[in-house]
Design a protein around this ligand. Structure first.
Ligand SMILES: Nc1ncnc2c1ncn2[C@@H]1O[C@H](COP(=O)(O)OP(=O)(O)OP(=O)(O)O)[C@@H](O)[C@H]1O
Length: 324
């Protein structure tokens, strides 16, 4: 396991770019959203895939668009990226239509689930191609260093491992430090060290002022890195907010089991009992109820086995989708 310091050694330089200026608002309007989606509807034939969906992404923010399978995330992102036309509603990126490619594309880095680099190209040629396509200013060698593929520069894409291919995909988001970056399942297939490196790099992109839109099924990554989260379900934005806003609406939990035979004194809190004998207390007053429970256990010399207490996690919020 490498130290934090070791992890920060490799990537050092970032190209001078106008990102900070954009984050501060080139036109003096720092509050202008980078992405503004209003009442977006998307239909596929008779199927209404996205229904009246509205959300905004602010400058410098990391916004995670999460959701159940088939919720409509890809459809929404493809529309915001300019790959798909809205059936109705408006989508603005930097205040412009995403189909205004000349204005929007050079400012946008998109890491797709698969970039589709030609298998015959070398890694260096692929990164050079990104530069030619995006017309952003950077050096191939720097980008190779950032995504840790310097030693593979002369290797063809066909010969890369899955994780190395994913790091090459990430180069599309890194090249020229774009102002807006889409990361679609960025860490799928990456080992823990490459994941850490990727998130370090995303952190530096954000320090340079980049705005990031993330989709992932790794909820702990969204929980750790997102400023705000939009939770989609059935084509709508089911809930939206910071991690604490999303989790505070749900009770914290206390779990424990009791020795057999159970103590003759009743529990001090309402609890439900699972099939395996674990007691579950749901509470909006975690500290107070934990205090009550521990006091009761002390008073009656009861051992609370496997005691666990904690706030609601994002995956609990996720599991609750569709239940209400
Ligand atoms: N080209 C298409 N034609 C018909 N239906 C489509 C098409 N693309 C997507 N859909 C449907 O639209 C819905 C939303 O799909 P989408 O791929 O946007 O969801 P998602 O949230 O990205 O799902 P996942 O997490 O499973 O990738 C799904 O029910 C899907 O079957």
């Amino acid at each position: 396991m490498r130290s934090l310091r070791e992890r920060h050694v490799r990537v050092v330089t970032w190209p001078h770019c106008p990102v900070g200026a954009v984050a501060d608002g080139i036109d003096g309007m720092s509050s202008t959203p980078v992405i503004d989606v209003e009442r977006l509807n998307l239909t596929y034939g008779d199927f209404h895939a996205v229904k009246d969906l509205s959300f905004q992404v602010r400058p410098g923010e990391l916004y995670a668009l999460l959701g159940t399978n088939g919720a409509g995330k890809t459809s929404v992102l493809e529309t915001v990226e300019g790959h798909r036309r809205a059936t109705s509603g408006t989508v603005r990126v930097f205040g412009r239509s995403p189909h205004d490619r000349r204005a929007v594309r050079p400012r946008t880095g998109i890491m797709l689930q698969e970039s589709g680099f030609s298998p015959d190209l070398t890694v260096r040629e692929s990164v050079r191609l990104i530069g030619a396509l995006t017309r952003r200013t950077d050096t191939v060698e720097r980008v190779l260093g950032v995504v840790n593929l310097t030693r593979k520069a002369g290797t063809t894409v066909a010969q890369l491992s899955g994780g190395e291919k994913r790091r090459l995909d990430f180069a599309t988001a890194v090249y020229g430090t774009p102002e807006l970056i889409f990361l679609d399942e960025p860490t799928t297939g990456l080992d823990i060290r490459s994941r850490d490196d990727l998130w370090d790099t995303v952190g530096r992109l954000r320090e340079a002022g980049s705005t990031v839109v993330l989709t992932t099924h790794y909820l702990e990554e969204a929980q750790q890195h997102a400023d705000r989260i939009g939770l989609m379900h059935g084509g709508t934005l089911h809930r939206e907010g910071t991690v604490s806003e999303l989790t505070q609406a749900m009770p914290a939990t206390i779990r424990f089991s009791l020795p057999v035979p159970a103590p003759a004194v009743p529990l001090p809190l309402p609890a439900v009992r699972d099939g395996d004998g674990t007691f579950l207390v749901e509470t909006f007053g975690l500290q107070k109820d934990l205090h009550v429970l521990l006091g009761w256990a002390q008073e009656h010399s009861v051992e609370l086995r496997g005691l666990q207490a904690g706030p609601t996690r994002l995956d609990d919020v996720f599991r609750a989708i569709g239940n209400g």
